[in-house]
Each structure stands twice: as structure tokens, then as C-alpha cells.
Write a protein of this length. Sequence first.
Length: 427
Amino acid sequence: MLPRQTQLRLSLGLLIGVALMVLGWLQTPPEESLPIVQVKPLAPVEPVAIPTAPTRSPPAVQQEFELKTGQALVHALRDQGIEAGQSAEVAQALTAIFDVRKLRAGQRFTLTLKPDSESPEIESLSFKVGLDRQIVIQPEGTAYVAEEREVPHERRIEAGTLVVRGSLGEAAEAAGVPQEVILEIVQQLGYRIDFNRDLREGDRIDLTYERFIHVDEGTEHVGGLLSARLQLENRAPIEIYRYTTRDGIVSFFDKDGESIETELARTPVVGGYLTSSYGPRLHPILRISRMHKGMDFAAPKGSAVVAVRAGRIARANRNGSFGKYIRIDHGNSIETAYAHLSAFREGLKKGDRVAKGETIGYVGESGLATSPSLHYEVLRNGRQVDPRAFKLPPRIRLQGEELARFRQRQETVQAELLSVIDEKSDA
């Protein structure tokens, strides 16, 4: 129990505290009344149209396809789901600017279909007709119209020098020259020399050719040969230049302005070599002496056999001891024949037109043959003649203003060659 004096002190403190609390409450001022705020109604808000994203049409459907062997364009379009009438209209439109007989198996087409059609409807059909040209077929009004267009590209001039060491193919590989260019060199210079017999170690070919870079596709392709200068041992140089005449004829001409196609190409088989010439010989199977009325080339079975000049297939069938046999009519009573083939080019038939250098068949040993080889003949008025001695007059001889224009082209090509050589030497 707390002492009495302490209890009195606590009671007195409690009493004083309560008194102070009461006094503070009495002295608190009354709350001030809050001001009255009058709210005016807002003016009606005009509705605002919120822009919406434009409705986008679905993208066009694009697909690619290739022609099959023996297939017409109209049937290829039917295979893509295009109805017969539309397929026929598109194919008919193409004939206005292009010879459809030139279409070959493997030709690639790009087909674009309209996206909002219930059934497949063509928006465009296109295909290339060279490295820098294409044909596009599109609807125009109620019909389809075909037109030729340029493919966006960058053209570059390339140059190379081949020095024969072993073979022309090895020289090309060492110089980085594309195979397509080498084949064209053999085809064009083959009118002037026999590559199997005339080419020697150390012989040299300086050349220029085109390369195309396709901007839209991001791809590049080798173009054609532009010029070549062949230096054989102990012979004058042979120069050829690609040139387009005012009439639109594209051909190769020598330095004097004469087309080099003055005779048939000497080598009708790719990669072959001459084993027997025109003239009397001992027959390898019959073992009797008889006139050999053509030339024989040995080559691996299946090697490509090419037409030595443009013409029309006169026959493509079996022909007795010749086995599988092709004859080409070149006009003016000139024909060439190709025998002992293993096969004809797929789809080749009598009446077909072929270009010079175009593959027509493949080396074999059908008929009376001892090994894979090609028997080749040249016929004038139906009678065999010596292919090596046979010559045709120049197809074109430039004169006057055309010759002057060709001379300018010559100078341009030579300047392009020197420019590329300088660039390579500076690199």
C-alpha cells in the first residue's frame, strides 16, 4: 500500500489534468461552414469518329511450275487448277509475241493468282526469255495481253585469259572462266579450228563475257561471250566479236566484219576426239577396205551430240548398220547425219527445228559399232562429202555504214577488255 503522502500527490495530478482537458474543449472555435459551389452542366459533346485501320486485301498467291516433257502451256496451267477457258485465253495471248514452239521442257513459269476469287483466276503469268528479258501476261479489260519487259539487272563485263595446260577445261578452271562461256567459245571458234587437233600446249585465248546481277532476286547469271582472241602457235590470231546488226541479227564476226559461220562446226560431239577421217580405210568390223564417207569421234557413252548448224530434223529413227540415226536438213541441199547414238534427245522428232549447238542425241554404239562413238556425215544433194573440206559462203558480210558501226563496237569491246585487265592488276 502506497504511503498516504504519495496517494495525495497522484490524486491532485489527476484532477489538474482533467481540468485542463475541459478548459481546452471550451476554448475550441466553431467549425467554419464550407462555401457552396454551383456546378454548371457541360455542353453536349459532339461524337468524334475514331479512324480505323484500312482494310487490307489478302496478298496475291504466287507459285512456280515447270513445263513437263511434251506438255503444252495450256495443259500445264490446267495442272495448276486454272479452268480450261482461262488457260486457253492466256496461251493464245502469248502467241501474239512469242513462238510457243520454242518452249522446252523445264521452262520455268511464275503464276500469280488473284487472292479474292472464289476459283483460281490469273493475275499474271511470267517467264524469262533470256538473262535480262521476260514475258508477262496480264488481264487488260476483258482479255489477256502479253508483253516483253526488261528484268531489272546490273550488267558487268568480265575478262579472262586461258593458257592451255593439259586441256581447255583445265585452263578455264585455272582462270575462273564459267563452263557456259567455254562451251560458247568451242562452238564459235569451232568454225575456224578443230579443237581436238589444232590446240596445243601454251596456246592462249583472251576473252570477254557478260555477267548479270538481278537486283530484285539477289541472284546473278553468266551472260554470253562478247569477244575472243585465239593465238595458236605459228598462226595468225583469230578474233571474233559478238555484234547485233541493224536488222536485229545477232552473230559473231571476225575482225574484217565477216560472220564466222562460213562452214559447219568441226566438232559435233562434246568432249570427243577424232579417230577416223573421211576417205578409204580398213573397216574395223568387216576387215575389208572401203570408202569411209564421214568422220568418227570417240567419246564416253552418253556424251551430248549437237547440231553443227541450225536446221530441221529430217529423220530420227533406226537406220540399219548406223543404228539410232539423225539427219538434219540445213537448207540449200545441205544435210548432216549423226549415227550410232545411244538415244535421241527426249521429245525430238521429225520436223522439229534445232539451233546450232543444240543437243539432239547422245553418243552410243548402236548398229555396227565396236565402242561408244559418233559417225558424222555431211551431205550435199544427197551425196556424202568431206566434212573438213566442205565450206559455206559467209552468212553475212558487213559493208558501208554497218561495217563502220561494227568497227565502233570492236573498239568498245577492246576498251572494255583493257579496263577489266587494269582493274584486276590494281586489285
